[in-house]
Design a binder for this molecule. Structure first.
Ligand code: ADP
Length: 176
């Protein structure tokens, strides 16, 4: 990784909205106007400031919605983080390989985090909920994306919501 030090990556169980990090990543949808899963929790617990900023982003830069694989930041409202980085995962397809788009969610979010000056960022397992990506495959793609990302954020935390997801991600990040 050149002269740069590597990011420190940890894999933990927990709720993304409770992470005390500079930036948490939201598994958003392209409308940026809220949804279920992580997105629902972020807006429910973060309060209306986040939604207002998302509406402003829709009106200014993303009239057609935020494209899949891209990321954009807002304030974190009432959450303990400083920023929420919204990214849109691909819906899983059994017939089309969309793994580059899933990897892009991670690398684009890191790029936005680095631009903000964030020193710590927490990710959920993007696309593994409503978007149906198989957990083990998502874990493998996530590990590769984070290990090879061109941008360094000193601390990266991947936060899994249940034991099966945690086991899959632990295996992918720490194969033995
Ligand atoms: P997507 O639409 O990208 O699939 P979801 O929010 O539906 O996103 O789910 C992504 C993953 O996040 C799923 O594995 C889900 O179990 C998990 N998840 C849901 N709520 C939370 C939360 N509060 N913190 C962390 N992970 C969560």
């Amino acid at each position: 990784m050149g002269t740069q030090e590597r990011s420190r990556i940890t894999v933990v169980g927990g709720d993304i909205t409770e992470q005390r990090v500079d930036a948490i990543v939201n598994a958003a949808n392209s409308s940026l106007l809220g949804g279920g899963g992580v997105d629902g929790a972020v807006h429910r617990k973060g309060g209306k400031a986040i939604l207002e900023e998302c509406r402003a982003l829709r009106a200014s830069r993303y009239g057609g919605g935020l494209p899949v694989g891209r990321a954009v930041a807002t304030t974190a409202g009432l959450l303990p983080a400083r920023w929420v980085i919204h990214t849109v995962g691909p819906v899983y397809s059994a017939t089309e390989d969309r793994s580059a788009l899933l990897a892009s969610c991670y690398t684009e979010s890191l790029r936005v985090a680095a631009e903000l000056g964030a020193e710590s960022v927490a990710f959920p397992a993007i696309s593994t909920g409503v978007y149906r990506w198989p957990m083990r495959d998502a874990a493998r793609i996530t590990a590769e994306a984070l290990h090879t990302a061109p941008v360094r954020v000193p601390l990266i935390r991947v936060v899994l919501f249940d034991d099966a997801a945690l086991a899959a991600f632990r295996d992918a990040f720490d194969p033995s």
